[in-house]
Design a protein around this ligand. Structure first.
Ligand code: 4NP
Length: 151
């Protein structure tokens, strides 16, 4: 059975779809079979494609996330996904408040052994903030894949 991983941010249009696309890319390169999805704790952007700045950032690294569509976290997600990773403390708190049973959500930075406290929200920032998100996600996801490989 492949590991099922869910990445969660606020809007599901910047950080978590970037994490989803990058994880899919890195896992496939590593020959690792996985199920991956992303969702937001907020509902404002449901049904929307990722932010054009997130799409552009990922495209610079050869990854296309333009076909992803935002959705909100659902109670069923805690049963479906074994690993649920929040991009920051506020989203972790929102997930914890929502969870009745199933997998316990974790902070991405802790679970993926990053020294940064969280993945900063790039929504009100510029292209350099999206690049920083990409670099943090890349390091963290390499760690995550190594960890999953070890079992
Ligand atoms: P995300 O970024 O949580 O990384 O998708 C945001 C997207 C939208 C908003 C905030 C953060 N917003 O306030 O609409």
């Amino acid at each position: 059975m492949p590991t099922k991983v869910l990445f969660v941010c606020l809007g599901n249009i910047c950080r978590s779809p970037m994490a989803e696309g990058l994880f899919r890319h890195l896992a496939s390169q590593a020959g690792y079979s996985c199920v991956v999805d992303s969702a937001g704790t907020g509902s404002w952007h449901v049904g929307e494609a990722p932010d054009p700045r997130a799409v552009a950032c990922m495209r610079r690294f050869g990854i296309d996330i333009s076909n992803l569509r935002a959705r909100q976290v659902h109670p069923e997600d805690f049963k479906t996904f074994e690993i649920i990773l929040a991009m920051d403390a506020a989203n972790l708190k929102a997930l914890e408040a929502m969870r009745k049973e199933g997998s316990r959500p974790r902070l991405f930075t802790e679970f993926c052994q990053l020294s940064a406290p969280e993945i900063p929200d790039p929504y009100y920032g510029g292209p350099e903030d999206f690049e920083r998100v990409f670099r943090l996600l890349h390091t963290g996801l390499e760690n995550l894949i190594a960890q999953l490989h070890r079992g």
